[in-house]
Ligand binder design. Structure first.
Ligand SMILES: Nc1ncnc2c1ncn2[C@@H]1O[C@H](COP(=O)(O)OP(=O)(O)OP(=O)(O)O)[C@@H](O)[C@H]1O
Length: 194
């Protein structure tokens, strides 16, 4: 079975092996896949906001991805094992994640930045590492929301529009990430609260 996935600007293309990892057998169109995935993500969000455990752990990062995508993709919650167009070499993911979590804990402990900036910097590094074969943007946005809430602030608004479809809001988001890649975090900080 071949499913044509029209990836929006900035999304990771799935390879044939990953497409073969789709769990529901009845899905044949992109629309059905989107609907199914969205329902799974709502369940994951509901689960996430019930949790009272530590979130800055590798185990939580993987569990959250599994809760968001575990009814959809067989590889949900598992680090990728191939290289993607965005992200570090796949075999460096473990060490990069450990550094990211250590840095975030340090920043919180020492109030190195205001809460929004800690969470937005965390979001940027998470998508830049690109832990999973897919779902990295949605997972990293929810992680940043959970983190900023734990730091006493309301969750982010991320442009107040869907970022899944190609459009002006998504272009602004990708441009803000590209600025962050060049060490200017301000556009992403502003975008997250817009
Ligand atoms: N140039 C870039 N630099 C850093 N991160 C990027 C860049 N382009 C895209 N991204 C991030 O990668 C994500 C796309 O990765 P992936 O397809 O795994 O996530 P997704 O959740 O399936 O996508 P979506 O954002 O469409 O919901 C984007 O949402 C964005 O967060």
């Amino acid at each position: 079975m071949t499913i044509k996935l029209d990836d929006p600007h900035g999304a990771t293309p799935l390879d044939a092996d990953e497409i073969a990892s789709l769990i529901p057998g009845h899905i044949t169109t992109q629309g059905e896949l989107n609907e199914w995935e969205q329902l799974n993500i709502f369940q994951g969000e509901y689960w996430a906001y019930q949790q009272r455990t530590e979130i800055l752990t590798e185990d939580f990062l993987c569990q959250l991805h599994k809760q968001m995508f575990g009814e959809t993709w067989k590889w949900a919650g598992q680090f990728r094992k191939t290289d993607t167009n965005i992200g570090v070499d796949w075999f460096k993911i473990g060490v990069e994640v450990k550094n990211l979590l250590d840095d975030a804990r340090y920043q919180i402990e020492h109030a190195s930045y205001p809460p929004d900036e800690i969470a937005v910097r965390f979001h940027h590094r998470l998508v830049a590492i690109h832990l999973f074969p897919n779902g990295n943007g949605r997972h990293a946005r929810l992680m940043a929301d959970l983190l900023v809430k734990r730091l006493g602030q309301p969750r982010f608004t991320w442009g107040s529009r869907s970022l899944v479809h190609v459009g002006e809001t998504r272009q602004q988001y990708i441009a803000a990430l590209q600025a962050a890649n060049k060490h200017d975090i301000r556009p992403l900080l502003a975008f997250a609260r817009s």
